[in-house]
Design a protein. Structure first.
Length: 100
């Protein structure tokens, strides 16, 4: 901030051009992990919740007696929810790294 002020930048210019890009690079990985964890721990669009998914999987296992297939399906559904998010975060991290 001191260097930006010595160059004659206003506080808003310094924040937008210098401070926030550096802060974004530092905060992105932990923030992304928290966001993916939040998606896993809460319901997605109020239709499917991970806890409900596991509960439903257990109920189906109790009636069909085929745990391997059911848990494989539940894992695939977890992957369908979290994989696009992690790919998006990877894209953001790669883009932020390219600016260095």
């Amino acid at each position: 901030m001191e260097a930006a002020r010595s160059l004659g930048m206003s506080t808003a210019q310094a924040m937008i051009d210098i401070i926030l890009p550096q802060a974004f690079k530092r905060v992105l990985p932990p923030l992304a992990g928290q966001f993916i964890s939040l998606i896993k721990d809460s319901s997605l669009l109020s239709i499917i919740a991970i806890i409900d998914l596991v509960k439903t999987g257990r109920e189906i296992i109790a009636t069909t007696f085929s745990p391997f297939e059911i848990w494989l399906l539940v894992a695939a559904m977890y992957l369908m929810v979290t994989f696009p998010l992690s790919q998006f975060v990877y894209y953001l991290e790669r883009r932020a790294r390219a600016s260095d």
